[in-house]
Design a protein around this ligand. Structure first.
Ligand code: MHO
Length: 228
């Protein structure tokens, strides 16, 4: 199934939110257009443990961004089933893209990759309900999950990587980029930079992100600019 990769280093520089990441997780795999956006949308949500972007849904071997073949830009989200249900995750998925849109390139298709019977059942039900509510065909594909290929590191937490001062601080907490990808803190901050999250979350979570006061101020400025 999904890769559970995080091995948290227990030194005190690791963000509190990462130290308390749950072991028991479930995974949603989906595609909703360019993967940078949903990485932010889901990463900012309470209950989401980690996110990663990649390619799935095609037949060609070892897709890359510049050689994507028939694969789709896809996101995988590990979440805490004690805090959020698959149904709630699906609601965010269906509300986060236009399921009736015609796709101009398979790379940007909308798709839901179900991992088991339970997920397939809920995916089908919610798709059918949506279709009858809209009175239109839902074009979002439902596909049995088979394989997810991680995208290149420069696509992971893309918005966060755009802020040198922030990513540098993450590098001191996590020498390996792979650990930054798996960090809940990095997922939240990437999401907040991308315009998601609300005042309550910022209040509750800010001090657990592991960021220095300076970087917290920088992040607050970015959030304030987004809200204008
Ligand atoms: N080239 C587009 C989409 C990038 S996405 C990872 C852009 O720059 O927004 O496909």
């Amino acid at each position: 199934m999904s890769q559970i990769i995080t091995k948290i280093n227990t030194s005190n520089v690791v963000p509190a939110i990462d130290i308390s990441a749950p072991q028991n997780i479930e995974t949603l795999t989906c595609a909703m257009g360019c993967f940078w956006g949903p990485d932010c949308r889901f990463g900012a949500m309470d209950g989401v443990v980690r996110t990663r972007v990649g390619y799935a849904g095609g037949t060609t071997d070892n897709p890359t961004y510049h050689s994507i073949g028939d694969h789709i830009e896809t996101i995988q989200i590990d979440y805490d089933p004690q805090k959020i249900s698959y149904e709630q995750m699906l609601e965010v998925f269906w509300n986060g893209h236009k399921p009736t849109r015609t796709v101009w390139k398979r790379q940007y298709a909308s798709a839901l990759f179900f991992h088991n019977d339970h997920q397939e059942k809920l995916a089908t039900q919610t798709r059918d309900n949506l279709s009858s509510d809209l009175g239109e065909e839902v074009k979002t594909e439902l596909i049995a999950f088979s394989r997810f290929y991680m995208a290149e590191m420069y696509h992971q937490k893309y918005h966060l990587q755009g802020y040198e001062e922030l990513i540098t601080e993450y590098r001191t907490m996590y020498p390996s980029l792979g650990d930054i990808v798996n960090s809940t803190s990095a997922a939240r901050v990437n999401g907040y930079i991308g315009g998601y999250g609300n005042a309550r979350q910022f209040e509750e979570i800010f001090s657990q992100l592991g960021l220095s006061d300076d970087r917290q101020d920088l992040l607050k400025n970015i959030i304030n600019k987004n809200q204008r």
